[in-house]
Write a protein that binds this ligand. Structure first.
Ligand code: PEP
Ligand code: MN
Length: 337
């Protein structure tokens, strides 16, 4: 249920409604817009009559949210959420480009790639230090030493940083080095991890699980939001279908669908979606044209030598060319880059 307060509702009115709800055992989440407060009520609301709340002073309306996801829904917050990472706004008018290698391999690789993507216009540096590899025999990531390199390369190029967190025990040590914590496709349903990320105050990028419906994905985001961390960015990264030519199938329709159902920023990752370098650029163009708030792209200064995901990593020159193309598309869809 959401309770929409009147535009002129006083703080006392709002506090009173919150107190009544808390007394009845509900969790209350506030969304304060520019001129109106909306209260998201979470708990077993099935037995309450919303009209009981409409008679309270300062309440405009109380409505049941029919979707199972609540805090991520547009009914709870009508205006788009803007997530800020190191001063960069994701979900505002800018389309934000995040780029870098799949995994941090060594200092030279990361610094060289960072310099090239920064020069081309990327604002957030990606690089995995903890890697969820399909094979246990494959490189598993540099861990904390990799995160230190990521921070240093980000600082040198005036970029924010993003890296994947795989388990609760890694969260604390990552906070110092990373501006956005990424939850990978394989962990979208790791509900203990999601709940723990709800307790911190750092942006989270939540990738869509490879077999997850949009509803399951939004419900996963709810685990983070309901802990009080409202800085969640969603990332479409391709889903498993019967098609085998590409690594996954980019669900481009998820972008306008999420924009309708949710206020959370939505970006997409063409690299993991398609798995082939020659198809990353057209998909990135489509992602921006479809209304995404950003793109997450793998770039490597020498992709043929990459330890991980080389075939889908762009050469720095290709990335620079893609940025030039995006500079043409972005204004056509009413955004800035
Ligand atoms: C990644 O971005 O490095 C990654 C592992 O992606 P995904 O979780 O989408 O497979
Ligand atoms: Mn990868």
């Amino acid at each position: 249920m959401v309770i929409v307060m009147q535009k002129n509702a006083s703080d006392t009115d709002i506090e009173h409604v919150v107190a009544v709800l808390s007394e009845r055992g509900f969790d209350v989440h506030r969304s304060t817009g520019s001129d109106q407060t909306v209260l998201g009520v979470v708990g077993d609301v099935a037995s309450v009559d919303p009209r009981e709340f409409e008679v309270l002073s300062g309440v405009q309306e109380a409505v049941r949210v029919s979707e199972p996801y609540k805090l991520s829904s547009r009914s709870f917050r009508r205006s788009k959420t803007i997530v800020k990472a190191r001063g960069i706004e994701i979900g505002g008018s800018d389309v934000v480009i995040m780029a870098g290698p799949c995994t941090i391999e060594n200092e030279r690789q990361l610094f060289e790639t960072a310099k090239r993507v920064a020069r081309a216009g990327a604002r957030i540096l990606r690089g995995g230090a903890y890697k969820p590899r399909t094979s246990p025999y494959a490189f598993q990531g540099m861990g904390i030493e990799g995160l230190k390199l990521l921070r240093a390369a980000g600082d040198e190029n005036n970029m924010a940083t993003i890296s994947e967190v795989m388990e609760i025990g890694q969260i604390e040590s990552m906070l110092e080095y990373v501006d956005i914590l990424q939850v990978g496709a394989r962990n979208m349903q790791n509900y203990n991890l999601l709940s723990a990320l709800g307790q911190i105050r750092k942006p989270i990028l939540l990738k869509r699980g490879m077999s997850a419906t949009i509803q399951e994905w939004l419900l996963a985001s709810e685990y983070i939001l309901s802990g009080g961390n409202y800085d969640v960015i969603l990332c479409e990264r391709g889903i498993r279908t019967f098609e085998t030519y590409t690594r996954n199938t980019l669900d481009i329709s998820a972008i306008p669908v999420i924009n309708k159902l949710s206020h959370l920023p939505i970006i997409a990752d063409p690299s993991h979606a398609v798995g082939r370098r020659d198809k990353v650029m057209p998909l990135a163009r489509a992602i921006v044209a479809a209304g995404a708030d950003g793109v997450l792209i793998e770039v490597h200064h020498e992709p043929e030598k990459a330890v991980c995901d080389g075939p889908q990593s762009l050469y720095p020159d290709q990335f620079a060319r893609l940025m030039d193309e995006l500079r043409i598309i972005v204004p056509a869809v009413g955004r800035t880059l």
